[in-house]
Write a protein that binds this ligand. Structure first.
Ligand code: FES
Length: 221
């Protein structure tokens, strides 16, 4: 990692602390990133490429190729590596460049490395940590993911509207057995990932979530 990257990380950690950030942030349902695929996600204005190797290992990387900055989320998974779509540079599980097609005999320097973040799967949800953490990945206690909804509000406003202090996973009271995780996408928007008890009727829960979103957004209008 270069000096600029270190400075950026330090700045990011300061911003996260100021925003009351949590350790683990849900970025999507596991089913949305099956083996052999890569998808883009945004967390606290940081663009990420979330990818799953052929063997099913999940990774969260900065969405920027170390070569010329192409989005890695536009690339493709080959076995246990991720290849950039632009010039085909290939990156291994640890983020280091393992192959440069234009120089097949060259062993790429270890300094050519994609920015990687801690990434875990728990309760069929993908979680990432932007800064190093000792905290355990949140446990939904038997609840299952239902769906994800984009909300045009800052994450703090949503937590406030739900009447819940901000945490990685918030168990809500009410008619349904619900827990939600908030993904702060930008300063002005977030994604709500919802879990419900196994005995809850998914269509009803889904409608309830849409109503909840409409109420949150209209209360702030
Ligand atoms: S920009 Fe990714 S390989 Fe060139």
């Amino acid at each position: 990692m270069g000096r600029l990257d270190f400075a950026r990380c330090a700045l990011l950690e300061c911003v996260l602390r100021e925003r009351g950030a949590v350790d683990w942030i849900a970025v999507g349902l596991s089913v949305d990133v099956p083996a052999g695929t890569v998808v883009p996600r945004r967390v606290n204005d940081t663009d990420m490429a979330i990818w799953c190797s052929a063997a099913g290992k999940l990774h969260a990387w900065g969405d920027r190729c170390p070569h010329r900055g192409m989005r890695l989320s536009h690339g493709f998974v080959r076995g246990e590596t991720l290849s950039c779509i632009y010039h085909g540079w290939q990156y291994g599980m640890d983020g280091t460049c393992s192959y440069i097609p234009a120089h097949p005999q060259l062993e790429p320097p270890k300094t050519i490395c994609a920015r990687s973040y801690a990434c875990n799967e728990q309760d069929q949800m993908i979680w990432v940590a932007l800064a190093p953490t000792q905290a355990k990945t949140p446990d939904a206690e038997g609840r299952r993911p239902v769906r994800s909804l984009e909300i045009t509000l800052p994450v703090a406003k949503v937590a406030e509207g739900l009447g819940h202090p901000m945490s990685s996973l918030m168990v809500l009271g009410g008619v349904y057995d619900l827990a939600v995780a908030l993904q702060p996408s930008t300063q002005h928007s977030c994604v709500l990932h919802a879990f419900a008890g196994a005995d809850q009727e998914r269509k009803q829960v889904s409608r309830h979530l849409e109503k909840m979103r409409a109420e949150l957004e209209s209360a702030d209008a």
